[in-house]
Design a protein around this ligand. Structure first.
Ligand code: RIB
Length: 312
């Protein structure tokens, strides 16, 4: 069985289904408010686990009720939580999310324990990192821990993925530790400073990917919502169409994409197939309200792809 290491965030999500997204100073009606387990890291871990891989999660929660809940849920989904530290110094990360009837969302994130991951903790998991088939991380944890994890994986020749979400400036030396970077179009704009619309779309994709490649990243996959995904490693480039579904809530759709993409890379599948699996995971996640609870399993993903004549 292939093994993934996910170094990342784990949050308690409070999700309100609102009649529309509020503007500054406005109160809007909410049809429902629910609590879900989330965090980009733990969502990605759950997607990879539900695809049938062994997953070890490295992260941190607070010593509080939210932490107990999210840890138990991660375990329930088959993720190894041996690398999940419980901190007395921080509270569990928490996200407050508004979702409108079109499935668009707004999100405020309090990182809490996610920003206190220590080098010691990464060191303790170093053995597992070096034995993995894939290593994936995101930007919701402290950057020094993220860099340390990437560096341990890279040194051991384990393929690395950075999902650069949310978009925050990265230390220059991090780029060369990344085999695959997976920004969405907004994140790509923030990093590169090349606004969408400032160039013809095909040129925008090429130049945006080049920006990352020039900094030492091996390959770039820009996710473009219903416009699909664009991949470039500087030699090969591919446009892969999205699967169109009735989106109810896009929260965690990007995480599901990353989980599916990581699964494909870990299994050394052709890159287009990795992206198709990611696209299927993301599309199906968008059909359900919530984060981790919207993630589908291997049979559902296989069935969805098979209906579109793609066999995995
Ligand atoms: O990508 C979605 C996730 O972002 C949510 O689960 C929330 O916790 C935030 O981290």
């Amino acid at each position: 069985m292939k093994k993934a290491i996910v170094l990342g965030s784990i949050n308690y999500d409070i999700v309100s289904a609102v009649e529309r997204l509020p503007v500054k100073g406005e109160t809007v009606k909410s049809y429902s408010t629910d609590m879900f387990v989330g965090g980009k890291g733990s969502n990605q871990a759950v997607q990879i686990s539900m695809l049938g891989m062994k997953v070890q999660f490295i992260g941190q929660v607070g010593n509080d009720d939210m932490g107990k809940t999210v840890k138990a849920c991660l375990k329930e989904k088959g993720v190894d939580t041996g690398g999940l530290n419980v901190s007395d110094a921080f509270r569990t990360g928490c996200a407050t999310i508004f979702v409108d009837p079109a499935g668009d969302n707004m999100l405020a994130y309090a990182p809490g324990a996610n920003h206190g991951i220590s080098f010691e903790q990464i060191k303790q998991s170093a053995g597992s990192i070096t034995n993995a088939d894939i290593f994936i991380t995101q930007n919701e944890i402290n950057m020094d821990a993220m860099a340390k994890g990437l560096s341990a994986a890279k040194e051991a020749g384990v393929p690395t993925i950075l999902n650069p979400a949310p978009a925050i400036p990265l230390d220059g030396e991090i780029y060369r530790l990344i085999d695959y970077i997976t920004p969405n179009e907004t994140e790509a704009e923030v990093y590169t400073g090349i606004p969408l619309g400032s160039l013809p779309f095909a040129e925008w994709k090429k130049q945006s990917a080049k920006w990352f490649l020039d900094r030492g990243v091996k390959a770039v996959c820009i996710t473009l919502g219903n416009k699909g995904s664009y991949f470039s490693d500087g030699i090969n480039e591919y446009d892969v169409s999205a699967f169109l579904v009735n989106a109810v809530d896009t929260t965690a759709a990007g995480d599901a994409f990353n989980g599916g993409f990581a699964y494909g890379v870990a299994h050394k599948m052709p890159i287009v197939r990795c992206i198709e699996i990611g696209n299927a995971c993301g599309a199906l996640a968008a059909t359900v309200l919530g984060a981790q609870n919207s993630i589908h399993n291997i049979d559902q993903i296989r069935g969805f792809l098979s209906e579109r004549s793609i066999e995995i």
